[in-house]
Design a protein around this ligand. Structure first.
Ligand SMILES: [Zn+2]
Length: 348
């Protein structure tokens, strides 16, 4: 049978099939580590509470130990003698300085601020390493899953805050100050009456369409209409449930949220012109599984189309994100293999 793989490529694949990559995703709650094969398939994974590990050094030690143990099991299972870990990727929350690979701002990881993460990780593991922001890691994982090649993707996370990971031309993009894609702090409302944002500025998207903003707008609507006994903080899920039951206040609040989010995504699309924009997080009102979530997505799409050039608005694919909890870990591993590949090519 004719093969499209030339002997040289086949030889390269044979080598690559023994190569594995470690992906580490550090959050305030736990540290996730995954061992991936050269095709990006997950071989083994682990989740450990962050406080029990603490410092970056302890996390790198833990990850390498886990990776080597998992690799040992893989050798036995596949009878591949030459298995080796060839790169390690790390995803971290907060504002990451691209030039120094140091976190300049981070919540819940006190021991990680201003630490030269890349240097420490390379010294600890003795392997090529790569560090990126967790939002960009998640975006890269979604990008890889969709085989988007050199196309661009934005992953917008709607929750307590509103974040956005960017992959531009196939590469994660953090920006020169670590703040690229900070969609939550795009101004959508102007003037003296605009609401103050947690960042100190006014009228930012997060203030209106972050969890607290949505709750506040719903309460304002209820107060304007019929008097009702409302709990202090009604969850997005509950808002979606009530909307599905026909509650006009909840329906209107969700529609308004979609318009705000759509407006900001429209600005992003008009600036970057990505192939794909994905929505993830807790504030998607049930997401793809619920009629309210699907309606929310349709309203976001309508707003993007209404506010952008026709070439942009009609061609961008806007959908829900597919990967959930493991996206950061997958993206970290993917970034490490991309970085190792570039490094490899540069030396040959
Ligand atoms: Zn702000």
């Amino acid at each position: 049978m004719p093969s499209l793989i030339t002997p040289k490529a086949a030889a390269a694949n044979e080598t690559m099939s023994h190569e594995y990559v470690l992906g580490i995703d550090v959050g305030g709650t736990d540290v996730k580590v995954g061992l991936f094969d050269y095709q990006g398939q997950i071989v083994a994974s682990d989740r450990t509470p962050t406080p029990s590990l603490g410092t970056p050094i302890a996390v790198f030690e833990h990850a390498l130990r886990f990776g080597n143990n998992a690799l040992g099991a893989e050798k036995t299972a596949t009878s591949k003698d030459h298995c080796q870990i060839t790169a390690v990727g790390l995803a971290v929350p907060g504002v990451l300085d691209q030039a120094t690979c140091q976190l300049k701002e981070v919540v819940n990881l006190p021991g990680w601020l201003n630490v030269p993460l890349l240097d420490q990780m390379q010294a600890q593991t003795g392997l090529p390493c790569a560090v990126l922001n967790d939002a960009n890691a998640a975006a890269l994982a979604e990008h890889a899953m969709r085989n988007l090649g050199h196309q661009s993707l934005a992953l917008v996370t709607l929750g307590t805050g509103i974040g956005c990971g960017l992959v531009l031309g196939g590469r994660p993009y953090g920006g020169d100050h670590g703040c690229a894609g900070e969609l939550g702090h795009i101004a959508i409302d102007f003037g003296d009456a605009s609401w103050p944002c947690t960042c100190g500025s006014r009228g930012h998207l997060e203030t209106y369409a972050g969890a607290a903003g949505v709750q506040r707008r719903l309460k304002d609507r209820i107060a304007d209409g019929v008097a009702a006994n409302e709990p202090a903080d009604i969850t997005p899920r509950e808002i979606a449930r009530r909307a599905e039951a026909g509650d006009p206040h909840c329906i209107a609040t969700i529609r308004e949220t979609a318009a705000y989010v759509g407006r900001a995504i429209g600005m992003l699309c008009q600036s970057v012109d990505p192939a794909v924009v994905l929505l993830g997080g807790a504030m998607t009102f049930g997401g793809p599984d619920r009629p309210t979530g699907r309606k929310f997505l349709d309203d976001v799409i309508a707003e993007v189309r209404a506010t952008t050039l026709v070439q942009v608005g009609t061609q961008v694919t806007i959908d829900f994100a597919s990967l959930k909890n493991n996206a950061g870990m997958i993206g970290a591993a993917k970034f490490a293999s991309l970085a190792a590949q570039i490094d490899h090519d540069a030396h040959h």
